[in-house]
Design a protein around this ligand. Structure first.
Ligand code: PHE
Length: 455
């Protein structure tokens, strides 16, 4: 297994692929709408703290675990768990299940984005001049089963096809070319949003915290999103880390990935909320937010159709590089654990993911009446995976690296490719302390409060 394992082409390859995994719908679609639903600035502050003291340390721990083992999650736990082996192997399979659930509903939203490329090409988006027109149009589309299932299918197939033929060369190259372009368009949207009349209300929403709306559930959502947006807590970065060479710098890569991901989420928030307030939308709109607001923004600017086309193309690509990373984790787990070939696994898994996504896809129309605790199927899959399974996965990674492996072994792995001068040793100790004590305690407290034990 280990001898013929593939490795990244060059130093940047891993950072780009991992950043490609991190930057996705979570940054541009989800971050703005949950910020809107949870009160703006105060939520962002809590989110940033979660990223810094929990997300980043666990992200580094996960990459480290993968590079150390050079294996997929289940095999990694089997290799290193001296005590409670069966339990840890089950954790590996929990990562697998989390991947299936996230991928299933993620593809649905990615499908919307893909469908909006065609809507841009036909000139439809540019013709949606008012906010309510755009919202109406979106609602019409996502309640049409044929539209939604078709695009979901196309997207699942696209991801499957790339992983079928091998990810690295294609995806590394695409990411390198398109991420900068994505960044430029995002910056343009930020400037455009700020220049709109009434955008100051949006800035206030993003910058002036109102703590009165914050409760433990807000913290749980912020923590869950910190994991989601960094792709942490389900073995995806562990898998990507397993393709790393020993001379690569895990610490630096982890910081870069986190920084890129955070900056892109904040810029997306800036672009969207200046426009939301300038155009009189409700910031607490929910999952449709980006799909209502941006079309209205695009139609108000010259060459709006072109921008719309570029934006949704790039959003789809950002989503694609994220889905590929999840698919790669699923595929590599089955490749390590079964005798099936990559090709057969990809076809089988893609089919399962499409079918699992159908209830999520139909949640806004045909099956909207199927709810549990007022949540439809889509919301349930999102809530359970992002707010429960990912933080739980992160907690377990932190416990494994902090308590099940030796400190010496862990720090040796960290310092390989990083160096051991004094400042680095200090950074290493702080990181180890965060992983061993701070992250587990915080995640645990947030869980207790979410289930009502703490108030
Ligand atoms: N990080 C991705 C995003 O923000 C989603 C993702 C979650 C990808 C978990 C992989 C693993 O869109």
């Amino acid at each position: 297994m280990q001898e013929n394992r593939e490795h990244w082409g060059n130093k940047l390859g891993f950072i780009l692929a991992a950043a490609g995994s991190a930057v996705g719908l979570g940054n541009i679609w989800k971050f703005p709408y949950i910020t809107g639903q949870n009160g703006g600035a105060a939520f962002i502050i809590i989110y940033l703290i979660c990223i810094l003291v929990v997300g980043l340390p666990v992200l580094i721990a996960e990459i480290l675990l993968g590079r150390h083992s050079q294996r997929s999650p289940v095999s990694t736990f089997r290799l290193y768990a001296q005590k409670h082996k069966t339990l840890w192997i089950a954790v590996g399979w929990m990562f697998f299940a989390t991947g299936l659930i996230i991928l299933a509903y993620y593809n649905v939203v990615a499908g919307w984005s893909l469908g909006y490329i065609l809507e841009s090409l036909t000139g439809k988006i540019a013709s949606l001049t008012s906010a309510s027109d755009a919202a109406e149009h979106f609602r019409g589309l996502i309640t049409t089963p044929a539209w939604i299932l078709f695009w979901q299918f196309v997207f699942v197939s696209a991801g499957g096809l790339i992983v079928y033929f091998g990810v690295k060369n294609g995806i590394e190259r695409i990411a390198r070319l398109l991420m900068p372009l994505f960044f430029i368009i995002l910056l343009f949207l930020v400037v455009w949003g700020i220049s709109l009349e009434g955008s100051d209300k949006g800035l206030r929403f993003l910058l002036k915290p109102d703590w009165s709306t914050v409760n433990f559930k807000t913290v749980l959502i912020a923590l869950g999103h910190a994991f989601f947006t960094l792709s942490v807590g389900m073995g995806v970065l562990l898998t990507y880390g397993s393709y790393l060479n020993k001379h690569d710098n895990i610490f630096f890569s982890g910081v870069m990935i986190t920084l890129l991901d955070t900056v892109i989420a904040l810029l997306a928030g800036l672009a969207i909320f200046t426009s939301v307030f300038a155009m009189g939308f409700d910031p607490a709109e929910g999952p449709g937010l980006v799909f209502h607001v941006l079309p209205a923004v695009f139609s108000s600017m010259p060459q709006g159709g072109l921008f719309s086309l570029l934006f949704f193309s790039l959003l789809s690509i950002a989503a694609l590089t994220s889905t590929i990373s999840i698919l790669e984790m699923l595929v590599s787990t089955l490749m390590d654990e079964t005798k099936f070939s990559r090709h057969h696994i990809v076809i089988g898994i893609s089919l399962v993911i499409f079918l699992l996504g159908v209830p999520a896809a139909l949640s806004f129309g045909e099956w909207s009446h199927i709810t549990v605790l007022k949540l439809n199927m889509f919301d349930i899959m999102d809530y359970v995976s992002a707010n429960i399974l990912l933080p739980l996965g992160g907690l377990l990674v932190a416990l494994f690296v902090g308590w099940y492996m030796t400190k010496k072994g862990v720090l040796n792995e960290l310092f390989q490719g990083y160096g051991t001068d004094l400042s680095k040793q200090r950074a290493g100790s702080i990181w180890y302390f965060l992983v061993k004590f701070v992250a587990p305690v915080l995640i645990f407290l947030v869980f207790l409060s979410a289930i009502g034990v703490l108030r």
